[in-house]
Design a protein around this ligand. Structure first.
Ligand code: CA
Length: 523
């Protein structure tokens, strides 16, 4: 009996959702429904010329910002790929839908909760053609990345070919640009001597070169986006295609990606309405908009512009058009396990302050992560400088063996977030801390943060074991030395010490089981 009621209830809500979608879509005629294009750039902070960054050359995006609106305070809801993409794909906080562990692994992925779907499914029901572009002009174009930490039921996209857009309108399409992800190869344009480094990096030529190369990748992406805008023109799509350009999270530098600072969460974001689409009243071309935007708001706003009613559970806010919701006072973000490296960090930011809570302060900033050890040359370089006593106090802090339980930064005066005011006696900062602490607590409860239950540590150790076993002997030896160095570091906590001892045992295990490495070499 209960089962039958449940089925009937389920059917009723499904019918209601279909009717809702059909009614909303019907409120805009086919001709009125615009195409919507998301240009998603990998691992890219707001380091564009139009955001004031020197030595990056982004004439296309600077011009798009002049013709559209540039958002100066847009943030992702997590600082790493798969969780962030899970967020803006669904318009939900990954912590709410159980997609908060970066690279959950297929066997741990869960279905989305009832009433939560990828944006493409809402749009497909409303008659939109959906595509994640991988090909243009018969050639590979676009990474096609999705990287979601949940199981998708049904077809997430209907196509991957740019040419198909001409005959399938209205469309919603994504193009994912991977160039700004590490593995950098763009031609050198930025002058390393002229780039501006954050205060927590030592000013040395290799670090300047690394930063310059990152800027060159952004320059490269700008050119590719220029070619997309040309394709829109040549294919007759420019007049009725709305564009949202944004980064999937912040830059791939040490203390950037994977970290809940502006450097990991702040993204460039530009919205553009072509002449053929009625501009919302709250959209002023050429303006710089300073309101706080969360990446999940792009999702809710895209649905609104497509004439699809906001799904009741969607946490993103509509910020353009007649159904716009009040601007956010706060943006929130989370970080949990990234690959093998477990943390639980939550943060809230208003226009002036960022508050961070580290739920695992007994683990160091450089809690070992094989992906970063391998991909970020800066880590090895700074480790040597740390050992030689060549880092200043701010830079050296990255090597502390524990972290503060709370952090508070006054962004207006401290954009690099280096002066932790969590224990400040200044009444202004104390008031901000109390207020933001309360907001964060309320958000954790309100949104049902699933990180309140700690993941089984065996999962992180399993990921570590799998990764170690794939390492060539020389790299395994590097990891062994890093672990030995950390174990001998003053100030190490008993918790991290215990964890590293487990890692050390896994290194011994990996050295004894080099089967996979040899197998790989034969390929
Ligand atoms: Ca990414």
């Amino acid at each position: 009996m209960y089962g039958q009621i449940k089925i009937i209830k389920g059917l009723c809500s499904a019918i209601a959702l279909i009717l809702l979608a059909a009614f909303s879509a019907a409120s805009l005629s086919a001709a009125q429904r615009p195409n919507i294009l998301w240009l998603i750039t990998e691992d890219m902070g707001p380091e564009l010329a139009c955001y004031g960054t020197p030595e990056v050359f982004t004439p296309v995006l600077d011009d798009l910002a002049r013709r559209g609106v540039r958002y100066s305070r847009a943030f992702t809801v997590t600082p790493v790929c798969s969780t962030s993409r899970s967020g803006f794909c669904t318009g939900m906080y990954p912590t709410t839908i159980g997609a908060h562990q970066h690279r959950t692994g297929q066997r741990y992925k869960r279905k989305l909760p009832e009433g939560v779907r990828p944006i493409t499914h809402w749009l497909q029901d409303a008659g939109y053609y959906t595509a994640n572009i991988r090909k243009r002009g018969g050639r590979r174009f676009g990474a096609g990345k999705v990287d979601w930490d949940f199981l998708v039921e049904g077809q997430p996209f209907q196509g991957d070919n740019w040419e198909a857009l001409k005959t399938h309108q209205p469309f919603y399409a994504q193009i994912n640009f991977s160039q700004s992800h590490r593995g950098w190869q763009a031609p050198k344009k930025a002058d390393p001597a002229k780039v501006v480094l954050p205060a927590y990096y030592p000013d040395t030529p290799p670090i300047r070169q690394d930063w310059a190369q990152y800027l060159d990748e952004i320059t490269e992406v700008d050119g590719l986006i220029g070619s997309v805008l040309e394709s829109l023109e040549t294919d007759g799509l420019a007049e009725n295609t709305i564009i949202f350009m944004f980064g999937d999270h912040g830059r791939a530098h040490m203390r950037g990606k994977q970290w809940c600072y502006d450097s990991g969460l702040h993204i460039p974001m530009i919205a553009y309405f072509p002449p053929g689409v009625a501009r919302p009243k709250n959209f002023q071309p050429g303006a710089v908009n300073n309101q706080l935007i969360a990446s999940i708001d792009i999702t809710a706003t895209t649905l609104a512009l497509a004439g699809v009613a906001k799904p009741p559970k969607m946490q993103g806010r509509i910020f353009l058009g007649p159904n716009s919701q009040p601007p956010r006072e706060y943006v929130f973000a989370s970080r949990d396990r990234c690959d093998m490296t477990t943390f639980r960090i939550r943060t809230v930011r208003d226009k002036h302050y960022r508050y961070i809570r580290n739920f695992m302060p007994e683990y160091p900033f450089l809690n070992i992560n094989l992906y970063k050890e391998r991909s970020y040359p800066m880590i090895g370089l700074m480790r040597k400088m740390h050992a030689a006593g060549k880092l200043n106090a701010v830079q050296d802090r990255l090597f502390a063996m524990t972290r503060p339980a709370e952090e508070l930064y006054f962004i207006d005066h401290d954009p690099d977030e280096i002066n932790n005011l969590a224990n400040s006696a200044d009444p202004r900062h104390r008031a901000a801390r109390t207020r933001l602490r309360g907001e964060l607590n309320a958000w954790i409860e309100r949104t049902g943060d699933q990180g309140r239950t700690r993941e089984d540590p065996a999962i992180g150790l399993q990921v570590m074991q799998d990764a170690l076993r794939k390492l060539p002997a020389a790299q395994l030896d590097d990891v062994r030395q890093t672990v030995a160095g950390q174990l001998a570091s003053p100030g190490i906590s008993p918790e991290y010490q215990k964890y590293l001892q487990q890692v050390r045992a896994l290194i011994t295990d990996a050295a004894a089981h080099p089967k996979r490495v040899r197998k790989r070499k034969r390929k």
